[in-house]
Design a protein around this ligand. Structure first.
Ligand SMILES: *Cc1c(COP(=O)(O)O)cnc(C)c1O
Length: 430
């Protein structure tokens, strides 16, 4: 298998299969010619794996799927219209018929809100752990209805790290998958499957795409997890939707024993709920992926420098970054993130709301908006924006202080970024 840097440019694409087009073509079409009755039947019975309708598959999207699969060393990948679609589909599919998921309570604001308030309406109950830093705390919540453990590999907004291998060991001992949202880390910094994760979720909107120009997501399966028949009957039921030419019903497991979740999601969730990724957005993510290594490497260096600078400021009450002076995550960072712990950090702004407003408005090289992993540096006051929907108690448990400010370091010159912050501090606290 080629190196990551080669795969992010070449995996899953052979120009000779696409009129020798050097760039991945955008198959901007809703449907595909079926050709003949016989071919139509081959497509409908999954005998032949070509595109027929873009809601359930498209060649541009398929190239992105192949590429993501290669970058994570996964068995299969399903691209979707957003990261939230990837999260919702995964949680709802695993808990069909009722079930619970054990989750860290320091996660992306949208996930946390959906976990607390929306998924339970569908019988998917989320149990937030008492101590997200202690693997035993996850194990303590597991019961006979538990269908998975869910964490972010680098959490949003505080860049917390967890012991992935210890959590995978606990999950597997209880015959449930470890689901990780690897959005912040990206496969460049961390390969979760290598450390035991079974399902890897991405918002490709963030650093995978990297340019803040497309919304996209993906669900990857390791291929190593064997779903228990009693816990996950949905993957073993002979399906009226998946039939062979003779009309025999097949299960998602029959079609792909190593990746039944992906088959199930395509057959039911894409088919009926339809958060299909458009070919143009898939193309934008493919373009972005071709520079992911250089981008994330430099963004990480910039974040390290910004964290070190913030630690010198008296107006800053804390800096949360895995390798920062007081971080409790140094050991985990050394173990899981040898290339650095990413571009996301947060800090405590020791001033009034009015001062924070002036501070943010004084910055020239930090955009004030809610994306992350963008080529541009971004700053946001998480408690009032990205995590505003959480109640106060939930925010407190998630470690989101009222004065917390999140930074996603971009690709600008580090000295320019630091001068920009310094001038804003000096101006506001003069
Ligand atoms: C942004 C984000 C999501 C949601 O992704 P969308 O593409 O915006 O739907 C999920 N998880 C994390 C960690 C994110 O940062």
């Amino acid at each position: 298998m080629a190196d990551f840097d080669t795969l992010r440019i070449r995996a899953g694409y052979d120009p000779t299969e696409h009129n020798n087009s050097v760039n991945v073509p955008i198959y901007q079409t809703a449907a595909f010619e079926l050709g003949s009755l016989d071919r139509a039947e081959a497509l409908w019975t999954l005998e032949q794996d070509d595109a027929l309708y873009t809601r359930v598959g498209n060649p541009t999207v398929a190239i992105l799927e192949q590429r993501l699969k290669a970058l994570d060393g996964a068995h299969s990948a399903l691209a979707l219209a957003s990261g939230m679609a990837a999260i919702s589909y995964t949680i709802l599919a695993l808990t069909e018929g009722g079930g619970n998921i054990i989750a860290s309570n320091s996660i992306y604001g949208g996930s946390e809100d959906a976990f607390a308030h929306f998924f339970p309406r569908f019988g998917a109950n989320i149990k937030f752990v008492a101590d997200r830093n202690d693997p035993k705390s996850y194990e303590a919540e597991i019961d006979e209805n538990t269908r998975g453990i869910y964490i972010e590999t680098i959490s949003n907004p505080n860049a917390e790290l967890y012991d992935i291998e210890a959590l995978a060991e606990i999950a597997h001992r209880h015959h449930i998958p470890l689901i990780v949202d690897n959005t912040v880390a990206t496969p460049y910094l961390l390969n979760p499957i290598k450390h035991g994760a079974d399902i890897v979720i991405y918002s490709a909107t963030k650093a995978l795409g990297g340019h803040g120009n497309a919304i996209a997501g993906a669900v990857l399966e390791s291929g190593d997890f064997v779903y228990d028949r009693d816990k996950y009957p949905q993957f073993y039921e002979p399906s009226y939707k998946i039939k062979d030419r003779q009309g025999n019903r097949r299960s998602a497991y029959d079609v792909d024993p190593k990746g039944p979740l992906g088959i199930h999601l395509r057959a039911y969730y894409l088919e009926f709920i339809g958060a299909a990724l458009g070919p143009f957005d898939a193309y934008l993510v493919i373009q972005g992926l071709s520079t992911i290594s250089e981008r994330v490497e430099k963004q990480t260096k910039n974040a390290e420098k910004i964290a070190a600078f913030l630690e010198t400021r008296k107006e800053v009450s804390f800096v949360k970054y895995p390798t920062a002076k007081n971080s409790r995550y140094k050991e985990l960072a050394a173990k899981y993130f040898p290339k650095g712990a990413g571009y996301l950090l947060s800090f405590g702004f020791d001033g009034t709301e009015e001062q924070l407003d002036r501070f943010i408005r004084h910055l020239n090289y930090f955009s004030y908006h809610v994306n992350i992993g963008d080529v541009r540096s971004l700053i946001v006051n998480s408690p009032k924006t990205t995590h505003a929907e959480l109640d106060e108690e939930h925010r407190r448990r998630a470690g989101i202080e009222d004065n917390l400010v999140r930074i996603s370091a971009g690709l600008e010159n580090a000295d320019d970024l630091i001068s920009d912050l310094r001038e804003a501090f000096d101006e506001v606290f003069a």
